[in-house]
Design a protein around this ligand. Sequence first.
Ligand SMILES: Nc1ncnc2c1ncn2[C@@H]1O[C@H](COP(=O)(O)OP(=O)(O)OP(=O)(O)O)[C@@H](O)[C@H]1O
Ligand SMILES: [Mg+2]
Length: 151
Amino acid sequence: MNDGERIWESGSVEETRRIAGEIAQDAQPGDVYALTGELGAGKTAFAGGFAAGLHVPYPEDVVSPTYTILQIHEGGRLPLYHFDVYRLTDPEEADAIGIDEYLFGDGVCLIEWASRIRELLPPRTREVIFERRPERGEDCRRITLRQGGPA
Ligand SMILES: Nc1ncnc2c1ncn2[C@@H]1O[C@H](COP(=O)(O)OP(=O)(O)OP(=O)(O)O)[C@@H](O)[C@H]1O
Ligand SMILES: [Mg+2]
């Protein structure tokens, strides 16, 4: 049941970035990571660490885009396509911007709020789930990496 599932406990932003950087070491062209978890759970922090792990030139530029759905970061080991689809109400909007070009491209997709577009995600999608653990402290997050898109 838990085939290939990996779980970390992060106690800080830095630790979350480090975990992301470690995962980025294994990234291959066409990988798709659905980042799920509530507001402020650490999805963008993870994306920044992932970018650093890919040796993207300015990983500090990986921020939550306010009005753009996609930010492209090139110049690293692989192109990084960082999506935040929080504002999408209909997966057709993602289709309209040509998301398939990236999902089936030669870079790595990180998609915040990916459950909004779950029907567009390829079967090879992996989910990274961010959960707060208030009983373990304000900065504690459980990070679970699993095969499959968000439910
Ligand atoms: N262990 C941790 N890992 C990641 N972020 C943490 C951690 N502990 C505290 N934080 C704080 O939580 C916040 C995470 O913000 P971030 O923008 O990464 O969340 P997000 O999941 O992308 O939110 P949104 O859904 O709004 O895009 C930051 O303010 C960060 O400092
Ligand atoms: Mg974010």
